[in-house]
Design a protein around this ligand. Structure first.
Ligand code: 5GP
Length: 111
C-alpha cells in the first residue's frame, strides 16, 4: 500500500508542489492551519522520525535548509514553526516522514 505522499511524489495525485530535490518534496497542505502551511516530505518512505536510521540522518539537515529557504520565499522567516508528529496520539495521520512548516500568523505556545 502506498501513502498519499508517495502518490504525490509519483505525480499520481495532484498537489501544489513548492520545492523538489533528489531527497525531498515540499507541498502546500490541503487543510492549512495558517496562511502558510507547507509539508516537507522525504521521498524515501520512512514511517516517522522514530524509524530514521543514522544513514538517513542527513535528511534532517536538508529539511532544515529547505525550511529556511521556503520560510524566506513565503515571507515568514521571522516567525514560523517546523514540526513533525510521531504517532497517532501526536496527530500523525500519514505514516511517511514529513515536517509541517507553519507561519503567517502569531503562533503562541505549543499545539
Ligand atoms: P500529519 O497529521 O500526519 O502530521 O500530517 C498530515 C498532513 O497532510 C495534514 O496536515 C493534512 O492536512 C495533509 N494532507 C492529507 N492529505 C493530503 C493531500 O492529499 N494533499 C495535501 N497537499 N495534503 C494532505
Amino acid at each position: 500500500m502506498t501513502t498519499i505522499f508517495e502518490q504525490i511524489i509519483a505525480r499520481k495525485k495532484p498537489a501544489e508542489i513548492v520545492y523538489e530535490s533528489d531527497h525531498l518534496i515540499a507541498i502546500k497542505d490541503i487543510h492549512p492551519v495558517a496562511p502558510v502551511h507547507l509539508l516537507i516530505i522525504t521521498k524515501k518512505v520512512i514511517p516517522s522520525l522514530q524509524q530514521l536510521t543514522e544513514a538517513e540522518s542527513f535528511l534532517l539537515g536538508e529539511v532544515g535548509l529547505v525550511a529556511r529557504q521556503l520560510a524566506e520565499e513565503f515571507g515568514i522567516s521571522d516567525c514560523y514553526r517546523l514540526l513533525t508528529n510521531v504517532g497517532s496520539g501526536a496527530g500523525q495521520s500519514i505514516l511517511h516522514l514529513h515536517f509541517h512548516l507553519i507561519g503567517g500568523r502569531p503562533l503562541w505556545g505549543i499545539g
